[in-house]
Design a protein around this ligand. Structure first.
Ligand code: MG
Length: 253
């Protein structure tokens, strides 16, 4: 059931990627994904999420120095921008949540490296989930990889358990947090489903909130990237629920 939700989120991301070109607004991409979820009888998870003001859209669109939780609108994408596109839906009562950071046209080599390292951090986490017993071991590997690449891991936001609700226990930090050290660690056992979502900054790890109450930006204005998958632990290892369809599934939608 969660794979079906995850597959729909993957398809929504393909739609976003096909639209993400210079001159297109983030609001246009958001509207297309809202229509896509509606056509498939899926409930968007982000719209109405509680905050100082309820989140107003079905995607978070975060450009350049925006880390996460950017609000789609009239802003046009420009050549050289990077766009973190985060979205999720509930299908028949089960949730899927994923994010990718897209290069708009050609980006600077150092920015491309930020995208590659952040995607690499998520790929490493999936590989470590196969090998490790505890999440803290995975988090330590992610943190070390980012550090040796010369970038920083955002600590103000973390991944999460996911199932019938988008945000469930446990918290899933992308670094070895105090919480992990003080009893918040968990075992990677079959049945666990978590959204793993490294956020990696080119400069400082520190972030601040824009006056819109949602958009998180880096304190130094340098770019940030974000990748996320919903991942289930099974008897045969991690199963990426928001991954591309396999051969049988690709006949489906
Ligand atoms: Mg998430």
């Amino acid at each position: 059931m969660m794979r079906r939700a995850g597959l729909l989120v993957w398809h929504a991301h393909q739609l976003a990627a096909s639209m993400a070109k210079p001159g297109v607004t983030t609001g246009e991409i958001d509207a297309a994904i809202e229509g896509f979820f509606r056509r498939h009888n899926a409930v968007p998870l982000f719209k109405g999420v509680a905050g100082k003001v309820p989140f107003p859209a079905v995607t978070c669109t975060s450009i350049n120095e925006e880390v996460v939780h950017g609000i789609p609108g009239r802003r046009k994408l420009l050549e050289g921008d990077i766009l973190s596109l985060d979205t999720g839906c509930k299908l028949d009562g089960w949730c899927g949540d994923a994010a990718v950071t897209l290069a708009i046209g050609k980006v600077r080599p150092d920015v491309q490296r930020l995208l590659d390292v952040t995607k690499g951090t998520l790929d490493l986490a999936i590989e470590l989930m196969r090998q490790c017993t505890y999440w803290s071991q995975v988090a330590a590997g992610m943190e070390a990889y980012v550090k040796q690449s010369g970038f920083t891991v955002v600590e103000a936001f973390v991944g999460h358990g996911i199932g019938r609700e988008m945000h469930e226990d446990p918290q899933v930090p992308n670094f070895v947090s105090d919480q992990l050290r003080r009893g918040g660690d968990f075992r990677l056992v079959p049945g666990l489903v978590i959204a793993v979502e490294p956020m990696v900054n080119m400069g400082t790890k520190r972030v601040r909130t824009r006056p819109d109450h949602w958009t998180q930006v880096t304190s130094d204005g340098l770019p940030s990237a974000h990748f996320e998958h919903t991942i289930a632990m099974t008897d045969s290892g991690p199963y990426v629920l928001t991954a591309a369809p396999n051969e049988q599934e690709s006949q489906g939608i």
